[in-house]
Write a protein that binds this ligand. Structure first.
Ligand code: HAM
Length: 440
């Protein structure tokens, strides 16, 4: 016999009942996004490799090591061969779409959200997959739309606090930092490079490369032996943000924190937080959760005021975030106190009703009854007449339904159906037209 095939390393199947939790998180997000005026965007799952190289940055771990990239050969003379990549994140795709569809012409802020799979060739472990799912949102627009305002940063973060609350995740921590404008960062990079010159020989080969090509990326290093060197020998970006060149960054950061305080959002400042993507400017933030272990980031985001221009578009400052759906669900599953809200159980849970024809002759009428009930909003399973009474009840129990509706010859001719409540053991006779309301 051929050996059975398995899902590919770093990918997995999401099965019921876990899938109900996924739907709960997705629907909670849609509800919260709607309250904040965000609309959905869907971008392609693969894009030109160049989009990520230019958007996310060549020296980032994502682009330098983790992308699923292939050469797509031309199939017709009118086509060109090109390098394509499964999206490792969605911000670059959204900004590409913003530019391509000239959304700046509306003159309004674009508030867009997405839900979907992303792909990174990382070493799989708990909470880290090669195909994983993100829910994210981006706000961007011309400067005249107010896209640079700290109000936007604080609004996104406040929305996330509401979202965590709506989903039912407790015990998170929010860390926030500013990595400044490109001007501040140029000065900081110089100081960083000087400091790195003194210690770089003690760091890993990746850091030695980063020290020259993109010193900020040294902070992404995960090699344990490098951590004390990075912690104790490198300058802090905030001394640059507090000086004269940095006043724009400082005022912006201060503005964000003031609003967060006014709204009552709890945060911690973390001067070492730089986030592993090159497009960030000014505000960066992460929400973490202790229950997640090593992969503790529930979500991350930040401002990217120059991304549109680096992709050949108009000036379109913006800010956004993406949350790890896999990690949200894992946090809920690990919380013994979490219960799916009743409304979610009704929407995504299994039906509570089982329609049981007693012989094949009643299959058409049972199917008609099931169709009627479903039309009246009652979810039900439909059996078939080959099942004997014992199997009907065994199946109903396995399906975890509460009611079994018996459809036999007598029931059909009298128009009175027998409904057995499996939990109480009680059996009732209910006239057919009253069935739907009695099952609700
Ligand atoms: P990111 O920090 O790379 O940011 O990813 C956001 C979240 O996606 C992480 O906090 C984590 O929860 C989840 N995640 C990332 N990689 C994996 C993985 N291999 N397995 C499971 N979950 C993962 C971004 O992607 C930015 N585009 C966020 C953003 C939007 N910034 C501005 N706008």
């Amino acid at each position: 016999m051929a050996s059975p095939l398995k899902s590919v390393r770093g990918t997995r199947d999401i099965l019921p009942p876990s899938s109900a939790l996924w739907q709960h998180v997705e629907d909670s997000a849609r509800r919260v996004f709607a309250r904040y005026g965000f609309l959905e965007i869907r971008t392609p799952i693969f894009e030109a490799t160049e989009l990520f190289a230019r958007g996310v940055g060549e020296e980032t771990d994502i682009v330098s090591k983790e992308m699923f990239t292939w050469e797509d050969k031309a199939r017709a003379q009118s086509e060109k061969s090109q390098s394509l990549t499964l999206r490792p994140e969605n911000t670059a795709g959204v900004v590409r779409a913003y530019i391509e569809h000239q959304l700046e012409r509306t003159g309004l802020l674009q508030k867009l959200y997405y839900i979907g799979p992303q792909f990174r060739r990382e070493r799989p472990q708990k909470g880290r997959y090669r195909q994983f799912y993100q829910i994210g949102a981006e706000v961007l627009g011309p400067t005249t739309s107010g896209s640079e305002s700290p109000v936007r940063d604080a609004e996104i973060i406040t929305m996330l606090v509401d979202l965590l609350d709506e989903v039912g995740i407790k015990g998170w921590t929010l860390q926030i930092n500013s990595i400044g404008t490109p001007k501040v960062r140029a000065l900081y990079n110089k100081a960083l490079q000087e400091a790195l010159n003194r210690v770089v020989h003690t760091l890993c080969v990746d850091c030695q490369r980063r020290a020259i090509a993109n010193p900020l990326r040294v902070f992404d290093c995960k090699v344990p032996a490098d951590q004390p060197v990075i912690q104790h020998n490198l300058p802090n970006i905030h001394s640059f943000i507090n000086d004269e060149v940095g006043h724009e960054s400082f005022n912006h950061y201060d503005g964000v924190l003031k609003i967060l305080k006014a709204v009552g959002v709890h945060f911690e400042t973390n001067y070492r937080l730089v986030r592993g993507l090159d497009y960030y400017t000014k505000t960066v933030f992460e929400f973490t959760h202790g229950a997640l272990g090593a992969q503790s980031a529930l979500l991350g985001g930040g401002r990217y005021d120059g991304l549109s221009e680096s992709l050949g578009g108009p000036r379109a400052p913006g800010i956004g975030f993406a949350l790890g759906l896999d990690r949200f669900v894992m946090t809920l599953e690990d919380d013994p106190e979490f219960k799916l809200p009743a409304s979610a159980t009704i929407t995504y849970g299994s039906p509570r009703v089982y329609i049981a024809p007693l012989s094949a002759a009643q299959d058409p009428d049972a199917a008609k009854l099931a169709h009627e009930l479903r039309g009246q909003g009652i979810a039900c399973h439909l059996g078939d007449g080959s099942f004997k009474m014992r199997k009907i009840f065994e199946t109903a129990e396995k399906l975890n339904v509460q009611y079994v509706v018996i459809v036999g010859e007598d029931e059909l001719s009298s128009g009175v159906l027998s409904v057995k409540d499996i939990i109480t053991g009680e059996q009732r006779k209910i006239v057919r037209y009253a069935l739907a309301s009695s099952l609700k």
